[in-house]
Design a protein around this ligand. Sequence first.
Ligand code: WQD
Length: 343
Amino acid sequence: MNTNTKHRVLVTGGAGFIGSHTLVELIAAGFDVVAVDNFSNSDDTCLRGVEQITGQKIPFENVDCCDFAAMESVFQRYDFDSIIHFAAFKAVGESVEMPLKYYRNNLMSFINVLELMKKYNRNNIVFSSSATVYGETDVLPVTEETPRMPAISSYGNTKQICEDILRDTVASSSVKGIALRYFNPIGAHPSALIGELPRGVPNNLVPFITQTASGIRECLSVFGNDYPTPDGSCIRDYIDVVDLAKAHVAAITRMVEGKNKQNYEIFNVGTGKGTSVLELVEMFQRVNNLKLNYKIAPRRQGDVVSIYADTSLANNELGWKAERSLEDTLVSAWKWEQYIRRK
Ligand code: WQD
């Protein structure tokens, strides 16, 4: 940031995995922050970690974004012009079983934030979207122009609907918005002071791998080795969480500096490289010098065969590029797992 007065950013879901890493990168880039979270899927571990990394006390409000009055009080008490909205439920399987829980939480919290932005004249918002909006697509790599497919889960549908809510709000107000479509965020801060803290049995691959390596889970199941891919396992675009956090800083800076070309923009955030589950498992073992107990299991319902990003738009427009190697990311994930188990 090269403005004289520090620009403050409200980060909803600031105690979470991506939120906490983004707080660190915002502060490193010269922004002030205020974080809100209701700890529905987190605790204060990562906030304390952010404070250790940055050496700063993080202004924090324990608020549920669905509580309009409590959120309004945050808008009244803090001066910020930009918001990064992470706060949402994100378990794909649970969303299929409890769709109303997901629609209520993910839509209402976002609508509240947008209404308050309009009411208090706050201008810029970055929304956490997901590559899940592309569904099963034949076009690889996927660009932002690749048509969205009907969502397979209620979680995915909330991401599509929120994108549309943002598009329509921007079209009818002075709000500017950027939706970042994340591919598969993994890893942890190199300090190992912040990382992913899944509750219960992890659904996602890398937390399951690290928990298996640390002995909490007996054996990793690789869901399917008979897909039409070179080694038969599914292919994803694994994006390092620190790189992902930096994409948010680039998106906010773009709007603050008035460099956005449209008032609503969408960017893929990935590496552009597809990695199979078996490749990832092999790499994790190699770079961390350990042996992982794993077996081939049946396919998991709802998995797309292969998806990875075309990142040219983010590279050219945001001036952002994934930098950390997958090897380093997998080392950081293991380092974090060991840190959190010792705590
Ligand atoms: C990756 C690959 C699995 C676990 C989901 C959401 C997406 C985003 C990120 C965020 C797949 C395989 C997994 C395991 C396995 N959501 N796998 N054994 O499904 O690509 O994306 O998380 O909040 O919206 O859909 O990620 O990490 O679950 O799976 O073999 O124990 O690993 O089959 O091929 P996914 P994932």
